[in-house]
Design a protein around this ligand. Structure first.
Ligand code: ARG
Length: 568
């Protein structure tokens, strides 16, 4: 595919001896108003070396660029050279690239040879997999697909919260008020009720907290009975998590959670001690971070137990040694900003030069329409229920429409789950948002179902046309003159760049928004231009663009972890 910036830089490089290719490329601008061209080159910087007024330089450059096939028009406006690219060339190049690359259109190899570790989802064992977890799970999965599309090796890690004092509480509660049959019948909901009860009782009787702490210490020391209970809770929980991952079609390369690091902690603590970073503080041991504008980080508890951050230090070192990462990304709520700042600082203080490769990718809160949810008080909405509900509602809508007659369940799953995922990725991740079924399942507007429907519409036009294979050598692109066609081609053309941008910001919503633009451009083309016209050549040219659009939309959706049904 033509890389316009590179091509333009190459042309200008011959004329501008003092600037490197890269410098020219970085100076090229994309004007906000398309009346000023597709690309613009500002000449201010050249005034000194060329000893000429910038508007005159612009005029000179224009004179040299005129007649180049890449452009339709080049003009000097004040100190700028405004370049209008040849629309026919853009259309031809875009259609040919999408056809040639197919499912790979949008991908590139800029990350080749580099490994990115992404820690996402990472729910806590024996706690519900609730609507709040959707954010890390879905954003993390989209980031995985984005980095993967750029050729990076990605290691997907589910850092399960399968360790810590909460297991002391859970075991304590189970022993006091629990029974096996209830847990087996309905594991997580039952365990959650014990957990809730524990907190209610502990408010009245704080000695319960001490008891739970001792149980956790026993667990950490490998006490048989405690370990067995813990393992049982973990297994049951994973069953439930995996049901949700299956619905979302999400998988991981590693489920090494917090417990995995329990035997790696003594060495880490020793290392911190050797590096004189551990300071005793009221029976605990901490790393002092106040001089860095952070809060001190407790590393070892009074009873010798480790903490969440201790395990994260061990995990970061383990990941560096195991994967030699280029980036170590954590997709975790912004409530944990301090935790990750502390982690990064401690790794830096330990003398590791890869501390700056640690990247916390935070996101805002989800709340329900009636208020925020809290595991502690037992008011929670299970993600599985949300997904099932979305699928059920979608099934009704699809049945009403009557277009899909076979595999209705499969389509309902793709659309219903796709709707939830797409909605999740629609806004800037850092924003808080309120979850509402009505919004998620709204099939009009800037939603997943709207984009999916556009994709299905494109396929339906192609089916109706009855053209099996489009022979690109026969296409006359001059039939695609209208603005709608150019805009659609431009949006298709931009997909690969958009994916690069999304990775650089760790922001999947960049892709989501572009996919919506793409669908809107497609629909504009579809409505403005009659596609199945009499003239065979014109029809074929239009169908080629329809197919290019369909490929781009499908690939864009897939990058987000959303499926594109063929009929809707
Ligand atoms: N289990 C944690 C939670 O639910 C998230 C863990 C994130 N990953 C990490 N390496 N700290 O809040």
């Amino acid at each position: 595919m033509i890389n316009y910036k590179q091509e333009i830089a190459k042309i200008l490089d011959d004329k501008l001896v003092d600037l490197s290719l890269e410098e020219i490329e970085n100076m090229l601008e994309i004007p906000a108003d398309s009346k000023m061209g597709d690309f613009a080159f500002p000449c201010f910087k050249l005034a000194r070396t060329l000893r000429k007024a910038p508007p005159l330089i612009a005029k000179d450059i224009v004179a040299q660029l005129e007649g180049n096939a890449l452009f339709e028009k080049v003009e000097a406006v004040n100190a700028y050279v405004n370049m209008f690219i040849s629309k026919e060339m853009l259309l031809k190049n875009t259609v040919e690239s999408t056809f040639e690359m197919g499912a790979d259109f949008g991908k590139s190899q800029i990350g080749e040879g580099k490994t990115v570790v992404i820690d996402y989802s990472s729910p806590n064992i024996a706690k519900p997999f609730h609507i709040g977890h959707i954010r890390s799970t879905v954003i993390g999965n989209a980031l995985y697909k984005i980095y993967d599309a750029l050729g990076y090796d990605v290691v997907r890690i589910n850092h399960l919260g399968d360790y810590g004092t909460q297991f002391g509480k859970m075991i304590c509660a189970y022993r006091k008020w629990g029974n096996k049959e209830d847990v087996e019948r309905e594991p997580i909901k039952t365990l959650l009720s014990y957990y809730t009860k524990f907190h209610e009782e502990a408010e009245k009787d704080p000695s319960l907290d001490d008891e739970a702490r001792d149980i956790f210490a026993a667990l950490e020391n490998g006490a048989k009975e405690e370990v067995a209970l813990w393992q049982w809770f973990r297994d049951e929980s994973l069953k439930e998590f995996n049901r949700v991952y299956e619905m979302l079609d999400i998988s991981f390369d590693s489920y090494n959670g917090e417990s995995f690091y329990s035997d790696k902690m003594p060495a880490v603590i020793q290392e911190l001690r050797d590096k004189a970073l551990l300071v005793p503080s009221q029976g605990t041991e901490i790393v002092e971070l106040e001089q860095f504008g952070l809060t001190d980080a407790p590393i070892v508890k009074a009873n010798g137990s480790s903490l969440y951050i201790t395990r994260d230090i061990a995990a970061a070192i383990y990941r560096k040694n195991t994967y030699d990462f280029y980036k170590d990304i954590y997709v975790v709520a912004s409530q944990q900003n301090l935790h990750f700042q502390q982690l990064k600082k401690i790794i830096e203080l330990m003398g590791y030069d890869w501390a700056d490769k640690i990247e916390h990718v935070p996101f805002g809160l989800v709340s329900l329409e009636e208020g925020t949810m809290s595991t502690r008080h037992g008011r929670v909405v299970f993600l599985e229920d949300v997904l099932n509900h979305a699928v059920d509602k979608t099934r009704e809508i699809i049945k009403d429409k009557g277009v899909v007659t076979e595999n209705i369940d499969e389509t309902a799953a793709m659309v219903g789950i796709g709707a939830v995922v797409f909605n999740e990725l629609s806004n800037n991740r850092i924003k808080d948002y309120v979850f509402s079924y009505d919004k998620v399942l709204n099939f009009d507007g800037e939603t997943g179902p709207y984009v999916q429907y556009t994709h299905a519409r494109a396929l339906s036009v192609l089916r109706k046309a009855g053209v099996e294979d489009i022979d690109l050598s026969k296409i006359d692109y001059s039939y695609l003159k209208g603005e709608a066609a150019t805009n659609l081609a431009m949006d298709i053309y931009k997909l690969p760049e958009v994916i690069v941008e999304a990775a650089s910001k760790n922001e999947p919503s960049v892709v989501t928004r572009h996919v919506v633009d793409l669908a809107q451009s497609f629909n504009k083309f579809y409505h403005d231009e009659h596609i199945l016209v009499e003239n065979e050549d014109e029809k074929l040219a239009k169908l080629a663009l329809v197919k290019a659009g369909q490929i781009a939309i499908k690939n864009g959706l897939n990058i987000l972890g959303v499926k594109a049904p063929e009929k809707m």
